[in-house]
Design a protein around this ligand. Sequence first.
Ligand SMILES: Cc1cc2nc3c(=O)[nH]c(=O)nc-3n(C[C@H](O)[C@H](O)[C@H](O)COP(=O)(O)O)c2cc1C
Length: 171
Amino acid sequence: MNTLIISSSLSKTSRSFILCKAIHSLLQEKGVNTELVDAREMELLPFYKGPTPSMEELSQKVAEADNIIFAMGVHCYSVNDGLKIILDGCCGGVEGKFFGIICAAGGERSYLSTMHLTQICMNEWRMIQLPRIVYATGKDFEDDTISNDDLKDRIKLFTEEFSSIGKKLIS
Ligand SMILES: Cc1cc2nc3c(=O)[nH]c(=O)nc-3n(C[C@H](O)[C@H](O)[C@H](O)COP(=O)(O)O)c2cc1C
């Protein structure tokens, strides 16, 4: 199974990227062929000004992946800027694929913000979502480390379910 993890935050201190790294290594331990793409290393341009070479490269990876994990930060109760650019410019090849969502937010009350990503993926591309989201806030971290044991358990559960359902859906 080829799983692509897209970390879309452009923040130098991105917490959703820290979540991505944890899930990336747990998936690797399970023998999943997984790749983590960091949007901070890409040149992102809005749809009508792109695509850039790094966006074309990501489009190719998206097309080749069996399934995808999107990581977002909440911006104004919705998806962050980098993710919207990636969805518009690099996700032509996602039709029908299984996907998961990882989310970092400033506060506990923005958890429904991930629904915008769900709507885009399900309505636009008929994707199938894992019905479990890893949602974390600033309280779950100490510097660049996950400090909340409950969050660590939720990350493990997400990874187990994503890999077992993901494998079933491609076999
Ligand atoms: C422009 C902007 C808007 C934000 N809006 C929200 C919000 O509506 N709700 C919330 O809980 N956090 C909000 N935040 C806080 C971010 O979700 C938080 O910093 C999170 O860690 C971002 O993910 P990242 O660290 O991976 O970039 C906002 C941050 C920025 C920069």
